[in-house]
Design a protein around this ligand. Structure first.
Ligand code: GSH
Length: 354
């Protein structure tokens, strides 16, 4: 606790200019009022809320599809499409993983954007399409665009527009539409026979885990936080139980449901546990979830898409209202990601196993 006397705000020990300084109680009251007002104003900019203080994520606005079928408006061809991603972003990370697993590195190019506290959004390291920031790229795609300039963006270099900016849809396209060009065309992360189960997990995990951690971190009332935190840890318990007998969410092979869960789990102990107050348990404290996270991390080419330093820097360094001092924590120790995980005991070796 800070010693209020050090501020010389008119405590009884102060001998200077009696009557000119404010009493400590008033200073605290005033400071609290100003900070709370500012905090809610800033939070409403980064995190839209409903009247109960719950975080409401805006929906993505570009929803076109690339198709393997010739003659389509956006045909699957090599070299035409580009992905814009931020390394700290869990949604963008999904697209990098599916691109890597399918072997599409030579087919779809990538640029990494970085957060700029000055610009208040993502910017490019060097100009792209004549733009300095992602917001300008959105404007180029749609004049007068008023939504958020989010990553990932699937960009069409030919028509200079955004095909799609919804990660859940981009990964479906990358999985199925580029098989004629992919190095790993037989890998199917969304097989027909498992679609129902994958969709079931996706819906549950999106609300309470993927978006759930944001609902905790961006909650603006205690009730909204309590609700989000309860839902988050109830679902994590449910996943922990399912992973007792199943190597991955839907059996022995990795699916899109695992990719979507993984990018949140990977950031959990590093960012969400502390900054977003998701601190009932760490992922490494769950025997099955902890092992599952290491298992996914160690899959061929997944680790190369992961960047813990960017996660830490971007979350702690750029979400000012949640961390006004901007101090980046030194921990936690994440070496467990590289350790043997013993997940083989619950399922035979998967098709992606190294
Ligand atoms: N629904 C989108 C969400 C993407 C998203 O929220 N991305 C964040 C980064 S983690 C972003 O770019 N935020 C910038 C902003 O809101 O201004 C998806 O899954 O693709």
């Amino acid at each position: 606790m800070t010693d209020i006397k050090n501020f010389n705000v008119g405590s009884s020990t102060s001998t200077k200019k009696k009557g000119k300084s404010l009493p400590p109680k008033l200073i605290i009251k005033l400071g609290k009022f100003v900070w709370e007002t500012m905090w809610h104003t800033m939070m409403s900019k980064i995190a839209p809320r409903n009247p109960s203080g719950e975080y409401i994520r805006p929906s993505s606005q570009f929803r076109n599809f690339i198709s393997a079928e010739k003659g389509n408006l956006y045909p699957a061809v090599a070299g035409r499409y580009h992905l814009y991603v931020g390394l700290s972003c869990p949604w963008a990370h999904r697209t990098l993983i599916v691109r890597a697993l399918k072997g599409l590195e030579e087919v779809i190019s990538v640029s990494v954007v970085v957060p700029s506290p000055i610009a208040g959004g993502w910017v490019f390291n060097q100009e792209e399409e004549g733009c300095a920031s992602l917001a300008q790229l959105y404007e180029l795609a749609q004049t007068g665009y008023t939504g958020r300039a989010t990553v990932p963006v699937l960009w069409d270099k030919q028509t200079k527009t955004i095909v799609n900016n919804e990660s859940a849809e981009i990964i479906v396209m990358l999985n199925s539409e580029f098989n004629e060009l992919a190095l790993n065309p037989t890998l199917n992360l969304y097989p027909e026979g498992l679609k129902e189960k994958i969709d079931w997990w996706n819906e549950k995990i999106y609300n309470s885990v993927n978006n759930g951690v944001y609902r905790c971190g961006f909650a603006q009332t205690q009730e909204a936080y309590n609700q989000a935190s309860d839902e988050l840890f109830t679902t994590l318990d449910e996943i922990e139980a399912a992973l007792e007998t199943s190597r991955y969410l839907c059996g022995d092979n990795v699916t899109l449901a695992d990719v979507r869960l993984f990018t949140t789990l990977f950031r959990f102990d590093v960012a969400y546990y502390g900054l977003f107050k998701c601190n009932r348990h760490r992922i490494q404290d769950y025997p099955n979830l902890g092992g599952y996270l290491s298992d996914m991390y160690q899959l061929q080419s997944v680790a190369a898409t992961c960047n813990l330093e960017s996660v830490k820097q971007d979350y702690y360094g750029n979400l000012f209202p949640l961390n006004p001092g901007g101090i980046i924590p030194s921990g936690p120790d994440m070496t467990y990601l590289l350790k043997p995980h013993a997940r083989h005991r619950v399922g035979k070796s998967a098709d992606l196993q190294v």
